[in-house]
Design a protein around this ligand. Structure first.
Ligand SMILES: Cc1ncc(COP(=O)(O)O)c(C=O)c1O
Length: 355
């Protein structure tokens, strides 16, 4: 099994204090695709999809939309699919008990990571359901005592819309109700059969995070600095959106002055990045989170979110810098605004007239 081979290599490399841990990243690196032959892979690697021609599989730097699966998590899920196929809620036979056991192990793994009791962990389908359940559930629970919800504009839409929903309710007397009704699983808080393998995978991912988070954080911070310094060495007008100190290093959101964001994204097809949340990426509106952070409309329109992860390599970052710089320079060469700035004209004070 390929994943088994990867896993044993990973295990071996993880036992080494230096270098080895770095080498594990090469297994999942996407650089090789984009650098298979210089300067870009030939036609044999080209991909045409949705009318866009890409010279090879792009570098993956969109970790805030989703991350590649760690092969160790995959192996655990794979084994669980084969052995724990019973329904974890079946109480009458061994298959059910085994699946239930796998779920309970995962519950402990998740709880340990966040310092909670396993009893406090309720498995749901994802963040939208979790945020809806918590925001609405807590407010309904405290309906008689506390009648205000305070949120921030930078929250995800599923939090904001849950709060808006409460606002519309005007808070009449509402019974505390789970969002899903049915078999009463998860102690009545979330009906529906648990997806055992997803739960097992989540548990193993939490256990790995606990062991490796400190190392991952240092690695990711190093790559973030490499990316930012690399881009800034070659380009002016690069602004970091949000605080550079109080931020998760794996999310580097940059604006490139005098460049139209959509054109930049379209021209950067060899790097898989995005301008913001995948949930709102169909809209051409700039990110409402950036606007709430005080980024002005123009700069919010030129933003790109680089997402760095556990398996990202230095080679991928260097390639991303090279491709980004090239594309920004190309777009600026075509920009009359940039030309004016270069000539020393203060474009903020220009009086534009309509014809
Ligand atoms: C911060 C945040 N909250 C909630 C969600 C929604 O998650 P899900 O699709 O799992 O419901 C996302 C999705 O990317 C997110 O980024």
């Amino acid at each position: 099994m390929a994943s088994k081979a990867i896993f044993s290599t990973l295990r071996r490399s993880l036992t080494k204090p230096h270098g080895g841990a770095v080498s594990r990243r090469h297994h999942l690196s996407t650089t090789s695709a984009a650098t298979a032959s210089e300067p870009y892979p030939g036609d044999e690697h080209a991909i045409v999809m949705k009318g866009v021609r890409i010279s090879g599989r792009p570098l993956y730097l969109d970790m805030q939309s989703t991350t590649p699966l760690d092969p160790r998590v995959f192996d655990a899920m794979n084994a669980s699919s084969i052995y724990d196929y019973g329904n974890p809620h079946s109480r009458t036979h061994l298959y059910g008990w085994e699946a239930e056991n796998a779920v309970e192990v995962a519950r402990i793994q998740v709880a340990k990571l966040i310092g909670a009791s396993p009893k406090e962990i309720v498995f749901l389908s994802g963040a939208t359901e979790a945020n809806n359940t918590v925001v609405k559930g807590v407010m309904h629970f405290y309906k008689d005592k506390k009648r205000h919800v305070i949120t921030t504009q930078t929250e995800h839409k599923c939090v904001l819309d849950s709060c808006r929903h409460l606002q519309q309710e005007g808070r009449p007397r509402v019974r505390l109700e789970p969002l899903m009704n049915g078999g009463g699983q998860e102690r009545g808080l979330r009906s529906g059969t648990l997806a055992t393998q997803q739960v097992v995978g989540f548990g193993v991912a939490c256990e790995l995070a606990m062991k490796e988070m400190e190392y991952d954080e240092k690695w990711i911070k190093r790559l973030q600095e490499r990316l930012l310094n690399g881009v800034r060495e070659k380009l002016d007008g690069v602004v970091v959106n949000g605080s550079l100190e109080s931020r998760y290093a794996g999310n580097l959101n940059l604006s490139f002055a005098y460049v139209e964001g959509e054109s930049l994204l379209m021209g950067l097809k060899e790097v898989a990045v995005s301008s913001g949340s995948a949930c709102t990426s169909a809209s051409l509106e700039p990110s409402y989170v950036l606007r709430a952070l005080g980024v002005d409309e123009d700069m919010a329109h030129t933003s790109i979110r680089f997402g760095i992860g556990r398996f990202t390599t230095e080679e991928e970052i260097d390639k991303a810098v090279e491709l980004t710089v090239k594309q920004v320079e190309k777009l600026r060469e075509m920009s009359p605004l940039y030309e004016m700035v270069k000539e020393g004209i203060d474009i903020k004070n220009i009086q534009w007239s309509q014809h």
